[in-house]
Design a protein around this ligand. Structure first.
Ligand code: NAD
Length: 272
């Protein structure tokens, strides 16, 4: 992969990139996987879900875009399975060029009632898993002089909301990891960036509407209008396609000097 300053903006590679995206059976991860496949890049899918549905998604991406798409069911709470995800991706595609740490869960609850097991699970999936994947993939990227690590953080990596103690803490934490990895990769052609989406209508957001309604004593409709989209000045949900397009751009030679940064795609949320 050339890092030359004269490379055209869109040119990413002559050879297809080999990518792994955690939590890509649904929502944003699947949006990023689809964008990568559309670029002609090989994709390792990961995440939970119905086996038949996952196979349909995998085969569909492969057939539509003529790329290799594989699936690995590593649980992001289990470091040995995470290492195996990276090893298996290397075995399937030869190497990992792009790693997107996307898997994430949410739990909404006042701090005094926040369940300890939910805190631990959110820390493991939303933060520690990115440490384990990065640790496993980093040496190869460094050796080859090209790597792109993209952490899907959140507007909640930059600002807080009540009742989301673990999520906000984990997302702030992943921005710290992003900066550290960026510094360690800086002289080796390896960039590390975070994307900080505002609200994207995915199963993760849909699931928290009833909990937020309960925590705030509101109807679900009121939560969407006055809590979720109230935070977003554009009053529109971000789309998974918009996040996929940013992830593709961050892999380009044009983005070689963009590292250690938090890229907001949040309809202006953290601007106020
Ligand atoms: P989603 O629920 O649609 O998808 C989450 C994915 O993670 C799924 O593929 C799921 O199977 C996988 N996953 C969950 N637990 C896992 C585990 N233990 N091991 C492996 N995979 C696991 O959610 P989403 O909204 O697409 O969220 C994706 C990421 O984007 C998360 O990190 C989330 O915090 C972040 N994000 C989402 C929004 C939003 O509004 N939806 C906003 C900002 C940030």
């Amino acid at each position: 992969m050339s890092q030359s300053a004269s490379a055209p903006t869109k040119a990413v590679s002559t050879a297809p990139l080999n990518t792994v995206i955690t939590g890509s059976t649904s929502g944003i991860g699947l949006g990023v996987a689809t964008a990568f496949a559309a670029e002609g890049w090989n994709v390792m899918l990961n995440g939970f879900g119905d086996a038949d549905e996952i196979e349909k998604t995998r085969a569909g991406l492969e057939a539509e875009h003529g790329v290799k798409v594989r699936y690995h069911g590593a649980d992001m709470t289990r470091p040995e399975e995470i290492r195996n995800l990276i090893n298996e991706t290397e075995a399937a595609f030869g190497q990992v060029d792009v790693l997107v740490n996307n898997a994430g869960i949410q739990h909404v609850s006042p701090i005094e009632e926040f369940p300890e097991d939910k805190w631990d699970a959110i820390m493991a999936i939303n933060l520690s898993s990115a440490f384990h994947t990065t640790k496993a993939a980093f040496a190869g990227m460094k050796k080859r002089g090209y790597g792109r690590i993209i952490n899907i953080a959140s507007a909640h990596g930059l600002v807080a909301s009540p009742y989301k103690a673990a999520y906000v803490a984990a997302k702030h934490g992943i921005l710290g990891l992003t900066k550290t990895v960026a510094l360690e990769g800086a002289e080796h052609g390896v960039t590390c960036n975070a994307i900080c989406p505002g609200y994207v209508k995915t199963p993760l957001v849909e699931k928290q509407i009833p909990d937020t309604a309960k925590a705030r004593g509101m109807t679900e409709d009121e939560v969407v209008k006055t809590v979720i989209l109230d935070a977003q000045p554009t009053k529109q949900f971000v789309t998974v396609e918009q996040i996929g397009a940013m992830a593709v751009f961050l892999c380009a030679d044009a983005a070689a000097q963009i590292t250690g940064a938090a890229h907001q795609i949040d309809g202006g949320w953290v601007a106020h």
